[in-house]
Write a protein that binds this ligand. Structure first.
Ligand SMILES: [Zn+2]
Length: 146
């Protein structure tokens, strides 16, 4: 195990070479920061390869692209949770306006929709539409339409 103050081979961004570095400190037993013994620059320990170039070098033209991990693509609908939080934190006496497409609403207004129920205006999207958090999802609602 390397200790702080010992030498380690690391890639130096300034020298653009793998050179001897001094271990400055470690986090959870992992070398975290090093100092180049050649140029004296202190930087994060990235191993012996430049991190930025790693991905580009691996890519082969024409190679079949690996499937993206499913987990990264799943969009979690957290509207029910957000709605629950907002309604619980809603100050007593907050006025709830009945939703009507002819009315104009602003961010943070609380509305009551005949079908979707209570909704929290998240933002004004255009002068004729707002994004509203209802208890099942965020919906784009029309407004200011005469
Ligand atoms: Zn250096």
């Amino acid at each position: 195990m390397l200790s702080v103050g010992e030498n380690i081979d690391a890639y130096c961004l300034k020298c653009k070479l793998v050179l001897a570095h001094l271990v400055l400190f470690k986090v959870d037993g992992v070398v975290s920061r090093v100092k180049c013994k050649t140029c004296g620059a202190e930087h994060k320990y990235r191993g012996t390869l430049p991190a930025a170039k790693k991905t580009a070098a691996v890519r082969t033209p024409g190679a079949v692209r690996a499937k993206k991990p499913v987990a990264a693509k799943v969009t979690v609908n957290d509207a029910p949770l957000q709605w629950d939080l907002k309604s619980r934190n809603m100050p007593a006496g907050t006025s709830i306006r009945n939703y009507s497409i002819t009315e104009t609403f602003k961010a943070n207004h609380v509305i009551n929709h005949p079908v979707f129920g209570v909704g929290f205006v998240e933002k004004v999207v255009t002068d004729k539409s707002i994004s509203v958090l209802f208890n099942d999802s965020v919906k784009l609602m029309g407004m200011n339409v005469s």
